[in-house]
Design a protein around this ligand. Sequence first.
Ligand code: LLP
Length: 425
Amino acid sequence: METMETTRTETSAENPAIRRLDEWDAKRLRELADEHGTPLYVQDLERVRENYARMADAFPDADVRYAAKANTSRAVLRTLVEAGAGIECASAGEVERALAAGCPADRVQYTAVNPPDEDLDYAVTAAAEYPELTITVGARDTIDRLEERGFDGRLCLRVNPGVGAGHHEKVQTGADAKFGVPIDRAPETLADAADRSFDVVGIHAHAGSGISGEALGSHRELVSRMGGLARDAPVDLEFVDVGGGFGVPYRPEEEPLDLAGVARATREALGEVEATLAVEPGRYLVADAGVLLTRVNTVKLAGEERVVGIDAGMTHLARPAMYDAHHEMRSLAPDADDREPVGVTVAGPICESGDTFGSHDLSAPERGDLLAIGNAGAYGYEMASQYNSRPRPATVVVDGGRSALDRRRETLSDVTRLEREVPWL
Ligand code: LLP
């Protein structure tokens, strides 16, 4: 029954492969901005469920582990856990959030990257309480440090497969020496870990983030190398985790991923293995389920250039400044359709020239207009900071007709909350 229902939803009219910015209800977004102020993140939990359903349909016998780093809102985590997702965590804080959101410990995987002592202490203590939890390690040092702490639980080895991909060089992990044990040394490392009384359960690799188009070839190569390693592994493996990275279209002219095709290619590339396939989508599940609402406060002509100043900047959505990422923008002014589109440069309130959202065609913007920034549900709020002493924004979730504030807006006193008096000043 469940399978029938999810099959029906795969890339159908009710569950399209992408929700474009135009499809958000402008009136509802205006009401939310009026109620909660701007900048404001809005996350649609129904869309998160739809994205998960498509992923689960495409990979029916795989273990889908949501990469929490894309969006750790408790409401989002709960929604995905209820839908059946496990959670891949990048830190002790994310493990804490996953457990607090009700994720069963046997679905929680902590991927340790050069882990600080506090993270390992936390993970080992958590594993003593929940022995079903899995810790993924990417270096022999981490294995030693776990052994020193008396950990002999479920261990997964992160492998550096020597092939990476992703939307920007800063997010291509697969061939970056920082991540994982080189694949040619993986068999001996697995054997050594098993000898040392760890319960070796899996292997893991992640090519990078935001993979689509031709780069999918690199992902297939990664999967094929992991399949080979699984067959050569000196221990019986429970799972082969091939990471996340499923891309989403950020521009209107970009096509969404053919997820069924990607899943088919993944299966083929993996080949025959006894172990369960695991995938770790982050962005794919949450990106198009979120928008960032912001208000225009300045419109000015600078020579030929028309600059539109808004109240959201790189401290609220870092992706454009950090990766030159494009995010669609749309005017939510009630009369937006009656105004001529004009080419503008959109810039935030941060005192830094990198604080720009680039060029956009917007319905002739006026001071006070509300704008929506698309695909903001992944790596949006998560990467927000207080640079320039700016409070972080509020986040609201919507779910059918309901809506709720799930993170309040920071205040100026939050910005200075951690300050202590220095006695001699
Ligand atoms: N698994 C591991 C081990 C990862 O490191 C990541 C992302 C994922 C899964 C999920 O990747 P996704 O499916 O979301 O592409 N801040 C960047 C993205 C960094 C991703 C880091 N790791 C951005 O905004 O594009």
